[in-house]
Design a protein around this ligand. Sequence first.
Ligand code: FES
Length: 138
Amino acid sequence: MSSNAPAAFNRRALINWFLGTSMGALVLSNTNQVEAGQVNDPQLLDKGYKIVHFGADPVILVKAADNDFRAFSATCTHLDCIVGYQKEQTRIYCNCHGGTYDLQGRNVAGPPPRPLTPYKVNLVAKGSDPSLIVVSKA
Ligand code: FES
């Protein structure tokens, strides 16, 4: 038996214990959901969008209208640049090669071969405060 065996066993036992606990379930479930700020977030009001992160995955959150928020993977389906939102043209745009997506995430112009992956957006009322925007995997 190698000298690493007890350490590997302990690590595996720790992971198994962690996944079996409610804390482990909470941490895992939180990776599928991100709080993206309130509906009156200054960045959303000013630029019409913001980038939020699911771990290493960037997601673009767009304010399409009052209480109408949309979220998609922010990784362009052409060559993986990060997309932005052009408020005046109401389109998601990739500066790298001019890829354009509509507010359903559909690729409508330029080289992107596929739509952006959609995410779900829920507005959660918080008493008298402005609602919280929660983005989750679809
Ligand atoms: S990487 Fe987005 S259009 Fe090329």
